[in-house]
Design a protein around this ligand. Structure first.
Ligand code: ATP
Ligand code: MG
Length: 442
């Protein structure tokens, strides 16, 4: 075979390469160059079809045995599926072909020959288990549905940035390598940091609050969070992506409003995406405002539904499902007990509860947030009453000693948002290379 990957047709890397969806029957008779993967081959004796796949779709390359030279015909017949090819040809209208045209090739250049032992079938005709797909993720991503999930993920992140930028937020980046001091509650991954021990950050919480003391007023961060818990569920990862915001001079209610508006905005953007159909047909933009129920009301509803929860306990997964089924839409749970919310959640005076909230999708928790404690004394007291050492939080507490505005914020899981929006069961499906208890490669 000619040019098995050693010679590069430079022409294709400039303006001359067309995507399959840029070509139409109206261009009949014109020359064109395409490049992509050999998706399928169909041999009808005197007629041979190569389906070439690029990022934007499929192009049919048609070879008539009597009309093309023998070498070209044999080359098309022999090239293994999934090889990378560059093809120069002439466009011809063909209503039965994808995009309504076919390509009559003048030249086929094989840029990279694929081995025959494909780990997966990218045409999707032969299904595969999620584990097999994740093991060969580079190839799984060649399939239509998987590709669209990640284009949607990219659009979701863009929509979030657009929404928050539009509202005057400053995008920040806080350290992911941190010292021993943590929020508590979550297990951390230790790493070796020169002569000291350090940890991967479980959330940007403490740092984004410190920027409120700096006068940044409205900040957001989109970054990984690391949780060392040995979960084996369909909604937990050990490395997840979190959208965090923190806003000065507002209460919890105001950041809840930002959150529900953001969710509705993201849905409305994704609803416009043409590739959505190959992932789900059930996306509906949720109506806002979302219902707000207090924790004690949730407990009562659950008792009614035969799922008793002790006051002060967190909701189990089955409790979340029961409540979700009752409410049937996104909702907030507010006024959580102090005991199950972190030290930075603002307590409600004379009550055992806090101004903390969770945003729930009927299937699972999407976000947690609260109005924050901004009094140095109260914060120090809360840290100690959770059994943590105030000394190891000195770097954080200092930010509360020299002028700290009241503030509120939340953290939203990107993967939870995606899986709930797209009706995907397993969180691993919406991460390129997921990290869980067993999976560290690829
Ligand atoms: P859960 O109770 O569902 O385990 P959490 O309350 O421990 O979550 P938070 O600390 O409140 O999680 O984090 C804020 C958000 O980040 C969560 O609402 C969720 O969307 C996301 N998140 C947290 N931990 C994980 C994880 N292990 N995998 C995926 N997303 C996560
Ligand atoms: Mg939470």
């Amino acid at each position: 075979m000619r040019n098995e990957g050693n010679v590069v047709n430079m022409k294709l890397f400039g303006r001359n390469r067309s995507y399959s969806n840029e070509i139409t029957a109206e261009h009949s008779g014109e020359p064109v160059s395409i490049a992509g993967w050999v998706h399928e081959k169909r041999d009808l004796g005197g007629l041979f079809f190569l389906l070439v796949r690029d990022r934007e779709g499929l192009a049919q390359v048609t070879l008539h045995k009597r009309e093309v030279d023998r070498e070209l015909f044999e080359q098309a017949r022999k090239v293994p599926r999934e090889s990378v090819v560059a093809i120069d040809g002439i466009i011809k209208g063909e209503p039965k072909a994808p995009g309504g045209y076919e390509l009559l090739p003048k030249r086929i250049e094989v840029l990279s020959v694929a081995s025959y032992d494909l780990p997966l079938d990218p045409t999707g005709k032969v299904g595969a288990e999620l584990d097999t797909r994740l093991d060969a993720r580079f190839m799984d991503l060649r399939s239509e549905r998987t590709k669209h999930i990640f284009i949607i993920r990219s659009q979701v992140l863009k929509a979030i940035r657009d929404f928050l930028n539009e509202r005057g937020f400053i995008e920040i980046n806080t350290p992911k390598i941190v010292s021993a001091a943590t929020e508590g509650g979550t297990a951390l991954f230790p790493i070796s940091y020169f002569e000291r021990e350090a940890f991967l950050n479980q959330s940007p919480q403490l740092y984004k609050q410190m920027l409120i003391a700096s006068g940044f007023d409205k900040v957001f961060e989109i970054a990984p969070i690391f949780r060392a818990e040995e979960h084996d569920t369909t909604k937990h990862l050990n490395e997840a992506m979190s959208v965090d915001i923190e806003v000065a001079f507002v209460s919890a209610e105001e950041v809840m409003r930002i959150l529900e508006e953001l969710i509705a905005f993201v849905y409305s953007k994704v609803a416009l995406y043409p590739g959505l159909d190959s992932v789900t047909t059930q996306l509906e933009v949720p109506k806002i405002p979302f219902q707000r129920i207090r924790y004690d009301e949730a407990i009562e509803l659950l008792a009614d539904a035969g799922e008793p929860i002790e006051w002060g306990d967190d909701l189990s997964t089955s409790a979340e499902h029961k409540l979700g089924a009752r409410i049937g839409a996104h909702y907030f749970i507010t006024e959580w007990p102090r005991a199950i919310k972190p030290f930075y959640a603002q307590p409600i005076e004379d009550k055992e509860t806090t101004n903390a909230f969770d945003l729930m999708h009927p299937r699972l928790e999407l976000a947690s947030g609260s109005q924050r404690v901004h009094s140095y004394e109260l914060l120090k007291q809360n840290i100690e009453s959770k059994g943590l050492s105030a000394a190891s939080f000195a770097f954080y507490l200092d930010a509360f000693r020299y002028g700290m505005p009241p503030h509120a914020g939340w953290g939203l899981g990107v993967e939870r948002l995606l899986m709930s929006m797209l009706g995907i069961e397993n969180v691993r499906e919406v991460v390129l290379f997921p990290r869980d208890r067993r999976r560290l490669v690829p």
